[in-house]
Design a protein around this ligand. Structure first.
Ligand SMILES: NC(=O)C1=CN([C@@H]2O[C@H](COP(=O)(O)OP(=O)(O)OC[C@H]3O[C@@H](n4cnc5c(N)ncnc54)[C@H](O)[C@@H]3O)[C@@H](O)[C@H]2O)[C@@H](O)CC1
Ligand SMILES: [K+]
Length: 502
């Protein structure tokens, strides 16, 4: 797991590294600037590009000065520096780097508060105005400069953080930060890079290692963690000799209506592909033919609108309820029955969640360690309207612990909130997976993992990662815009095999 830090914790990690490596702060700045430049030269190899480096007078600006010098040494000769001298204060490392830069033949101008903004003809702007030191929304000269640069629609590469963008806490509204094509960020992703609001400011980001003390970073025990490939390798286990279908559990998927059978088919099919020993789908009579022809491996329990089916709940190792189930009285009765009579963790998705919304009594009865898998709208229906993703994180934190459940909030970096107060960001998946039915597949995968004996936390983390990675393997090699949920389900065994090989 990669711990994700707040701006304050990053400052602590910088200070600790400086004191204990030990390394002087100006040398740490040099190391960070070199890491930036290594990435930059690989991705912008044309040395004829004209580059303007915009620097503030703090350490982000200091990085910018060092970067300008290093790029010049790499033969980027059409480079110039503009310093936004909007305050009399500057940091010591900024001053050292200014002296080093002045010894070179790099054009440099200083912008003062009263001056009109200069013309900008460069192809690439490097943004080193403000970084993680941001402590208030942009206003005055900084705001005017950022508005001006945004209006130019140039290629912007931000150093560490786009100017005006908060790394944690609520992200400011549209237009409050410098929009960047690429952010080369130090050490690790910042928490807000993983929330959808960052899309307005950051097209893509890349983290470069600057050698901050990783043991110290771990000791900070951040509740925010990024799940990596190696974490899932540690969870998924290869199958052993003599295992049989009983070893891998019997799953029940309660889903579908006549017009939403697709959801039942996708979730139960994904459950088969993700390795449940046996899968039964509880579907209406109208869906039986579809089920039998779509996935021969799935058994059926037929339900009708007016009568609870005889489910023998306890014989199932894992149960999911909700995809395409509808929100009528019959669906509610079924959900109530399952929640009150099943003792093990449940997986609840889609209409299961819509039925829970507003039904506090039922929500409070969820079996301990159950897993709910809402997308943003379902999350808000359940827990109230939120005006930002940061707020949703806080609610998730609170509700997962209060209700003793796992909350899997689906998004491009799907977040799993745990009863113990951790928030895990998934690192796989891509925009080609933004298709109806993809969530049904995730439900099936998580349920299959529970049936195979993985703990609810393992089922969430591995299920979400596996699902996203299967989609990556399908979409990324050919840069596909769309992959279908059924394809993702069918891909799961191959992806799982890679993640279980040592
Ligand atoms: N501390 C370290 O050892 C390292 C820091 N690094 C760089 O240092 C940056 C952080 O540097 P600083 O802490 O000096 O902060 P910044 O350079 O981000 O900002 C400078 C100062 O601007 C002021 N400021 C904040 N918000 C403002 C606003 N809205 N309008 C006007 N002024 C505002 C604050 O007084 C702040 O300290 C990182 O983003 C990174 O680029 C890197 O060099 C790596 C090592
Ligand atoms: K910046």
């Amino acid at each position: 797991m990669l711990p994700l830090l707040t701006a304050q914790q990053i400052r602590e990690a910088d200070a600790y590294t400086i004191a204990h490596e030990p390394i002087s702060s100006v040398n740490l700045m040099e190391r960070a600037s070199k890491a930036f430049v290594s990435w930059f030269v690989n991705h912008f190899p044309d040395k004829r590009d004209t580059i303007s480096v915009y620097c503030g007078t703090g350490n982000n600006g200091g990085d910018g000065l060092a970067i300008a010098r290093l790029l010049f040494e790499h033969d980027y000769r059409r480079i110039n520096v503009k310093i936004a001298r909007y305050t009399a204060r500057s940091t010591a490392d900024f001053d050292v780097n200014l002296q080093r830069l002045q010894a070179m033949q790099i054009p440099l101008i200083e912008l003062s508060e009263s001056e009109t903004l200069p013309q900008e003809n460069a192809d690439i702007l490097i943004d080193a105005l403000l970084g993680s030191g941001l402590n208030k929304p942009l206003d005055g000269s900084f705001r005017a400069l950022v508005d001006h640069l945004n209006s130019l629609s140039k290629c912007v590469v931000a150093v560490d953080v786009p100017t005006g963008f908060y790394t944690d806490g609520e992200v400011e509204l549209e237009g409050a930060a410098l929009k960047s094509n690429l952010v080369i960020t130090f050490q690790q992703a910042k928490i807000n890079f993983l929330l959808p609001e960052s899309g307005a400011y950051i097209n893509c980001w890349e983290a470069v290692n600057i050698g901050l003390d990783t043991e110290f970073i771990s000791s900070l025990q951040s509740p925010y963690q990024m799940v990596e490939d190696k974490d899932i390798h540690g969870i998924l286990k290869p199958r052993t000799r003599f295992s049989h279908k009983g070893t891998f559990g019997h799953s029940l998927i309660i889903a579908g209506q006549a017009k939403t059978m697709g959801a039942a088919l996708l979730s139960s099919s994904a459950c088969v592909y993700a390795g449940a020993g046996l899968t039964t789908a509880c579907v209406p009579e109208a869906g039986l033919t579809a089920l039998n022809s779509y996935q021969a491996e799935v058994m059926a329990i037929v339900r009708n609108e007016y009568q609870l089916p005889d489910l023998e709940l306890e014989k199932f190792k894992a149960i999911a309820i909700g995809p395409g189930l509808g929100t009528g009285d019959d669906a509610l009765a079924l959900l109530q029955h399952v929640i009150t009579d099943y003792q093990k963790p449940l997986v609840i998705d889609a209409d299961g969640l819509n039925l829970l919304a507003g039904n506090t009594i039922l929500v409070n009865q969820l079996p301990a360690k159950s897993i709910i898998t809402p997308h943003m709208k379902e999350f808000d229906r359940l827990f109230g309207h939120h005006t930002s993703w940061w707020q949703r994180l806080q609610t998730m934190w609170q509700k997962a612990s209060e209700l003793n459940i796992y909350i899997v909030l689906k998004n491009s970096y799907t977040i799993t909130g745990t009863p113990e107060g951790q928030l895990y960001f998934n690192s796989s998946s891509n925009a080609a997976m933004a298709v109806g039915g993809m969530g049904d597949v995730l439900t099936g995968v998580i349920t299959a993992l529970l049936a195979q004996g993985y703990s609810p936390l393992e089922a969430c983390l591995a299920g979400v990662y596996l699902h996203g990675r299967a989609g990556d393997e399908l979409a990324l090699p050919d840069k596909l815009n769309v992959v279908l949920p059924g394809q993702v389900a069918a891909r799961v065994p191959a992806t799982m095999a890679k993640l279980t090989q040592k």
